[in-house]
Structures are given as structure tokens and as C-alpha cells.
Design a protein around this ligand. Structure first.
Ligand code: DQQ
Length: 485
């Protein structure tokens, strides 16, 4: 690939030196990024479009950014893909959407604002550049009588010769909804009915808001999976997925879960099927420091690692990072059958890094709690704590001590119920400077952000509280940078 460097990159070379900027997660050259959009593998090349503000590290005047990759790790930044057109249906922003392969031609759908309408774009040069459809919008804003809370983020798929689109929405006073549209030519769309409404989701204690953003539906084994990002007037909550059946153009949910227990720090994900038939999901990991700190840093928003979504025998989807990541591993260390008592020395004291992967299988024999601290400073003033209580089966990530910077106070996020897997806790985590992704027992994920201030906050510490733990195995690698900038 020898494309010219996009104009909006050069001014920001100093970001390369920023110690909090992740090195093997995708992020744009500078400024603001949010949702992944239009994910597709086209003629072997992976395309990642994303929501961005190309002028500052704050949300606003949203465009589509664009990057391409051969392995989903090393990305080349391209020119902005879609910009708002003054006087056009997207004059106020080019919001989230998708890409489909329509008989060998790539077609893009996105939301133009204001008001929220659905627009189309095509490409004559294999997605290198996009042209907006001259008769946009293809789906106008519905009549006010529908009483919608929003109307955005189209997800399009094909069934036989027909095309379907779901649009994220909600009915005022009733909760979120996914509106189903139908087309035979991708240009003329007819509203059918809601694919799913809030009254059909037994969400118990979990609020689902009144607006479901960035929805998607795809087959998973012998069922279907629907996910959406739940939000209300006060802001976003988290991403939920439902597994169930899809019959007569209606989705009947059976089970309901959070897709990532880091809540708003993993949001608006999108999955796509690659040429090898893998379902790969990426989400937007927003910052957790003040807006002033983000503006000063000159960048905001990180993409999660690409995650494989696979059916499991228990009917839940399994999530794990793509295998390509293993190519970035170096400096391997291995521990086996280590018994830790509450007074044992830290068995991981030789590990010093803020860009690493750690995989462990731990048996909490008599302990009340297993604690794994990462990004620990020598004086203990900065650390991020992962902990698991076998009694309550609660897993927690606490970033309230991750940073001495008052602009990054941190928070606590938990998986309330993570039963052991045959008496064992399987834990795989990725630290990449200011982002932490944890994968547990093959099905639960938790993403967090942390902003250590000290250059020496690099330690890893494992301890047993109230009893013993047996570390059956533990692997550790430092991870090489995949950045091209
Ligand atoms: N982000 C986009 C919307 C979407 C929201 C705007 C979710 O299309 O609903 O930047 O983060």
C-alpha cells in the first residue's frame, strides 16, 4: 500500500511521544474518534471507517474517518471518507452506519443529521473513495406521530434477493425499539414494523433507556444475536446482546446479557463477517478523563481489540481477541503450579510493562479474594486492581487508584456473577497504556481506561487474600507496537 499521507495527519506528530496513547489498539492520527462504522473486508483488505471530529479531541461535526489493514492490527490511515455536505441531508453530521456487498459492489449506509435520515454512498474504486447517492436520503425521517426518541445507525443485510435494514430508535415513554425496513433495490425502503421493542426484553434490574443506538442482528450458531447500545437523555449506559430466534421478521429474545461489563467504556460496537467466515467485533472505548485533559492531549477515543464472536455449547456467544494478535507477542514468561498464601511474595515482580498480555488459570482453593494489580508504581500510589471473590463470584476492576491525576478519578466496574469454570478462573488481559481489556472464562469481557502519571507505574502483582490460591498456569508477554504513525 503506497497511498499519500492524509492532510489531517501531519500537524500531530508530537502525539507519537504521548505515554498514555495505546500502541497496539487502533486509534486515529489525532483528535476525536467514536463508533466503528462500515466494517468490511473488501478484496482481502480490511476497511475500518469510524466516527471522527477531524479538528479537535471533542465530539462534534462528525465525519467518517477511514483506515485499511491486511491483518486488523497494522492500519494505514486514509483521507476522510465522508464529510457533511452544506445544505445536504447530512449537513450537521455523518453519523454511524454500515457497509454491504451488493452483488460485487460496496454500498454504504449512514445517518445524516439534522433531522436524522438514512443516506447511501457507493464506491467505484474499491472503497478508496466514496460518492454520496445524489437522491439522499433513502429513508426520510418518519412522521412526528410515531413519537420516536431517535432514528439512526442503519444496519443492512440481505435475505435471498431482498434487503432489510434495522434502525436504532425508541418510542417516547415506552423504551427502545429497532425499526425494520425492507427494500428490493437498496434505494427504495418500506417500513415494516419493529423487529424488537423493549416490552419483549426481560431486562430485570438493568435499565435499557429510551433509545437503542447502533443495533445489529446476525446469526450465531443455530440462533440469532441482536445487540444494541442502550442510552437515554442522560447519556449512554452499556451494550447489551440478546440471543433468540428470528421468525416472521420479528426477533424473539431468549437470553439477555451485557456485551462488555466496562459499560460506557466499550460502546457502539459493530461486527462483520470476514472472508474466512469469522464474525469480528470492534467497539469504541471512550476516555475517562476530563474533557480539558482530552483536549490538551489532542486525542480521544480508542478502538477495542478486534474480538471473535463464536457460538458456545451453552448457547452464549464466546468472545476472544483475534489470533493475529499473537504475532505481536515478545518476551514470553511462564509460571506453573504456584501456590500462593496470603503472605507469599509477589510471583510477578519481574514483570515491568504497560503494553502486555497476561493469561492465567487460577484455582482459588481457600482464598476469599484473588487480586491482580497492574500498572503498579513502586511506592504503591498508583495501581489498577482486578479482583475476584469465589464466594460471591463477583469480578471487579477498580481504577480509582490508577492515577494521581485529579482529572482522571477512575471508577469501579463489575461482573456481578462470574461462576468458576470447573473450579477455575480463566483470565486473559491486555494492557495497552491507558486501556485494559479483560476476557474471562471465554464469555465475559470488561474494558476499562486508566491514566497513570508515573513513568514507573509498570508493575504487576498477584496476591491471595484470606486463604490460598493455586496458579495452575500463567503466561506473560510484552506486546510490540503496531502503530504506523
Ligand atoms: N454515535 C453516533 C450516532 C450513534 C452514537 C454519533 C453512538 O450515530 O447513535 O456520533 O455512540
Amino acid at each position: 500500500m503506497s497511498l499519500p499521507k492524509p492532510d489531517h495527519i501531519d500537524a500531530h506528530q508530537n502525539l507519537v511521544l504521548d505515554r498514555l496513547r495505546p500502541t497496539y489498539h487502533f486509534l486515529p492520527p489525532a483528535n476525536w474518534m467514536n463508533d466503528p462504522n462500515g466494517l468490511i473486508q473488501w478484496k482481502s483488505l480490511y476497511h475500518l471507517f469510524y466516527q471522527c471530529n477531524p479538528v479537535q479531541a471533542a465530539w462534534g461535526r462528525i465525519h467518517w474517518g477511514h483506515a485499511v489493514s491486511h491483518d486488523l492490527l497494522h492500519w494505514q490511515h486514509l483521507q476522510l471518507a465522508i464529510e457533511p455536505s452544506p445544505g445536504g441531508p447530512d449537513w450537521d453530521g455523518v453519523w454511524s452506519g454500515c457497509a454491504v456487498n451488493a452483488g460485487g459492489k460496496p454500498v454504504i449506509f449512514y445517518t445524516g443529521v439534522s433531522p436524522e435520515v438514512q443516506c447511501m454512498a457507493t464506491s467505484q474504486d474499491d472503497l478508496n473513495t466514496l460518492e454520496k447517492f445524489t437522491h439522499n436520503p433513502v429513508v426520510p425521517h418518519p412522521a412526528a406521530e410515531m413519537n420516536l426518541t431517535g432514528f439512526r445507525d442503519p444496519c443492512v443485510w440481505q435475505e435471498g434477493e431482498d434487503w432489510y435494514m434495522i434502525i436504532g430508535s425508541g418510542f417516547k415513554g415506552q423504551g427502545g425499539a429497532l425499526l425494520l425496513y425492507f427494500s428490493t433495490d437498496l434505494v427504495h425502503w418500506e417500513y415494516l414494523h419493529p423487529l424488537l421493542t423493549a416490552d419483549r426484553v426481560a431486562s430485570g434490574e438493568l435499565p435499557l433507556g429510551n433509545m437503542w443506538e447502533c443495533p445489529q442482528m446476525f446469526p450465531l450458531g443455530d440462533q440469532y444475536l441482536v445487540h444494541f447500545s442502550a442510552c437515554d437523555q442522560r447519556g449512554s449506559f452499556y451494550v447489551v446482546y440478546l440471543t433468540g430466534t428470528y421468525r416472521d421478521k420479528i426477533f424473539y429474545p431468549r437470553r439477555f446479557m451485557k456485551l462488555d461489563y466496562g459499560d460506557e467504556f466499550f460502546y457502539a460496537p459493530q461486527a462483520f463477517l470476514d472472508e474466512r467466515g469469522r464474525r469480528i467485533l470492534l467497539g469504541w472505548c471512550r476516555e475517562e478523563r476530563s474533557q480539558a485533559a482530552q483536549l490538551q492531549a489532542g486525542w480521544a477515543g480508542v478502538m477495542s481489540l478486534p474480538r471473535l464472536v463464536e457460538p458456545r455449547p451453552d448457547g452464549l456467544p464466546g468472545f476472544r481477541p483475534i489470533d493475529e494478535l499473537q504475532a505481536l507477542r515478545e518476551n514470553h514468561s511462564h509460571l506453573e503450579s504456584v501456590l500462593l498464601t496470603p503472605v507469599s511474595a509477589n510471583p510477578l515482580s519481574q514483570f515491568q510493562s504497560d503494553t502486555f498480555e497476561l493469561e492465567a488459570v487460577i484455582q482459588p482453593t481457600t482464598a476469599h479474594e484473588i487480586c491482580l494489580d497492574v500498572c503498579v508504581s513502586p511506592d504503591g500510589s498508583e495501581f489498577t486492581r482486578l479482583s475476584y471473590s469465589p464466594l460471591s463470584t463477583r469480578f471487579e476492576v477498580d481504577t480509582t487508584h490508577a492515577s494521581l491525576d485529579s482529572q482522571a478519578p477512575g471508577s469501579i466496574h463489575a461482573i456481578p456473577s462470574l461462576p468458576l469454570d470447573g473450579e477455575l478462573l480463566h483470565l486473559r488481559l491486555f494492557v495497552d497504556r491507558s486501556i485494559l481489556e479483560v476476557y474471562l472464562n471465554g464469555w465475559a469481557c470488561l474494558t476499562a481506561r486508566m491514566y497513570p502519571t508515573l513513568k514507573t507505574s509498570l508493575g504487576v502483582q498477584l496476591s491471595a487474600k484470606g486463604g490460598d490460591i493455586l496458579v495452575r498456569s500463567l503466561e506473560y508477554w510484552t506486546i510490540k507496537s503496531a502503530r504506523q504513525d
